[in-house]
Every structure is written in C-alpha cells, then in structure tokens.
Design a protein around this ligand. Structure first.
Ligand SMILES: NC(=O)c1ccc[n+]([C@@H]2O[C@H](COP(=O)([O-])OP(=O)(O)OC[C@H]3O[C@@H](n4cnc5c(N)ncnc54)[C@H](OP(=O)(O)O)[C@@H]3O)[C@@H](O)[C@H]2O)c1
Length: 273
C-alpha cells in the first residue's frame, strides 16, 4: 500500500499510527494526518512518529489507498463535505471508526461505488490489544475487507461482521473494557476490605485477569466449564459465587449489555439513511 490518510488526529488515530508503524506495514512517512485546527497536535505526532502532516486536502488524499475517518461522530458531516468536494478516485477506501454512524450515511456524500468500511475498535488499541469488528458498506468487497482487517490487526485482533451486528459489537467489545474496569474497581475495593495491601491486591488482580483471558484463549472449555472445574462444593469459591447468584449479578450484566446496545442503536438513528 502506498499511503494511508487520517482525517482526525486524536487518540484513536494515534493508536493506529503506533500499530501500523510497529507492524512495519508501511513507512512512517507514508502515513498522512490532518485535523480540524490543532497545529501543535500535528507537530507532536510528526516529531514522535515521523508521520507526514498536512493542511492541504490535495496532498493528504493524493494516492491514499485508505482514508480513515477518525473524528468524533458529531464532526462526521463536516468531514464528509470535505471528502465530497475532494472527488475521490474510484477504489480509494473510506474507513470509518466513528461509533454509531451507518455506512449508508457516509455513502450519501461519496460517488456511487466508492468502497466504505466501518470498524469498531476499542480503547485497548492504545496498547495494541484492541478487539475490532469490521463491516462492509455496499461497495466494499472481499479485497477491501481483507485490507482493512489487516490494518486493524496491527492494533489487536479483527473480526468481520455484518453491519447489523455493530450495535451488539459496541455493547460487547466497544464498551466492554469499561465493564471490566468496573469489575476490577469492585474487586480492588474488596481486596482492601478483606485486609490486603492495596498495591499487592492490585498486582494479584491484574495477573488474575490476564490468566483468565489467556486460559479462555487457550482452552477448549467454556467459561461455565472452567468455573465449574474450580468450584468445589462447600469451598471458598462456591461461597463467593453463591452470593453473586443470590444478588442476580448475571442478570445485571446481561441488562447492562442490552442497555448499551439499545443506546448505540438510538445514537445511530440520527445518522442512518
Ligand atoms: N478512543 C477510543 O477508544 C475509540 C474506540 C472506538 C471508536 N472510537 C471512535 O474514534 C473516533 C475518534 O475518537 P478519538 O478518541 O480519537 O477522538 P479525539 O481524540 O477527540 O480526536 C478527534 C480528532 O478529530 C479532529 N477533527 C474534528 N473535526 C474535524 C474535521 N472536520 N476535519 C478534520 N479533523 C477533525 C480533531 O481535530 P482538532 O483537535 O484540531 O479539533 C481531532 O484530531 C470517534 O468517532 C470514536 O467514536 C474511539
């Protein structure tokens, strides 16, 4: 690939820049960025990563194989008007990381047949551990999907889904880190309540989370089976799990995911066809 252009140079753009450079997918100078107005931010990214920065739309978009929209959803319309006036070449792929914005909304501003791909990474992209889902717009085929998936694999893992699944993806992996931080917060507080030093409790919990994630990745067993295997009748784990069941924690977690999916759908309605 010759060149990638980012419109928007915030946290998500920086995470992707880091990943692309670490994966040696293309030279740093082939990554181009622009933003709305913050010149100091562009200079900072240039000094830190050696990427190219510009205020010229022609320079930004010329020969860009992929154009990544990485502004906040509220700024999408302005960015699409900017792209509409640019008259993209056929085959230049427009990739959106914008939460809640349907590809049909973006396609309205582009020539018919311009490939659009929607992705939903999560915040762990900043440490190259994102879980990303990738969905095709009407004109994106298997070539475009493979290319975009491989870009997002530089910041973690990427799976391809139908666009209808994006609200569910947002509710699971998009918001998921916050649910797990919430669980970690509760466990940290509890570890102090039962007498552990805060630092030691945190170290033990971090490794426990890592170990559980790795076990799930490497094992053929389901989470329910793994849990059953370490819960002996009358033991300490059974005592703890019994309280979670009494207090309806599983139902609360499921209600949390449903609420997030519903909110994602509502937020997207402003930006559908
Ligand atoms: N951060 C995450 O973990 C995460 C996860 C999933 C999806 N996302 C999605 O990623 C997108 C970006 O999030 P972020 O956290 O990176 O936002 P951010 O840090 O606030 O950065 C937004 C960037 O967009 C630029 N911008 C605004 N309007 C523009 C315009 N009209 N033309 C060009 N650039 C413009 C801003 O430029 P100025 O600074 O000059 O105003 C800034 O560089 C969001 O849509 C979000 O839904 C983020």
């Amino acid at each position: 690939m010759k060149k990638i252009a980012f419109i928007g140079a915030g946290a998500m753009a920086e995470a992707l820049v880091k990943g692309l450079i670490a994966a040696e997918q293309l030279p740093a100078e082939a990554i181009w960025l622009t933003n709305h107005a913050n010149e100091a931010r562009l200079q900072e990214l240039h000094s830190e990563y050696g990427v190219s920065i510009t205020r010229s739309r022609t320079e930004l978009l010329r020969d860009a194989a992929v154009i990544i929209l990485s502004m906040k959803p509220k700024d999408a319309e302005a960015a699409m008007l900017y792209l509409k006036e640019a008259k993209l070449k056929p085959g230049q792929i427009v990739v959106s990381v914008l939460a809640g914005i349907h590809t049909s909304f973006l396609e309205k501003y582009l020539p018919e047949g311009q490939p659009v791909v929607r992705v939903m990474p999560n915040t762990s992209a900043t440490i190259l551990e994102a879980a990303t889902a990738v969905a095709a717009g009407v004109a994106a085929g298997s070539y475009e999907m493979r290319l975009v998936s491989s870009l997002f694999e530089t910041v973690g893992t990427a799976v391809q889904v139908e666009e209808e699944a994006m609200d569910a993806v947002t509710a699971i992996s998009g918001s998921g880190p916050a649910y797990l931080y919430y669980m970690m917060e509760a466990l940290e507080e509890a570890s102090i309540q039962v007498g552990l030093d805060a630092f030691i409790g945190k170290q033990l919990l971090i490794q426990t989370f890592k170990g559980v994630a790795k076990m799930l990745e490497q094992s053929d067993l389901t989470p329910a089976q793994l849990r059953a295997n370490i819960t002996s009748a009358g033991g300490t784990t059974a005592a703890g799990i019994g309280v979670l069941e009494e207090q309806g924690v599983k139902a609360a977690v499921q209600a949390c995911v449903h609420a997030a999916a519903t909110r994602s759908k509502e937020m997207g309605q402003a930006f559908t066809k």
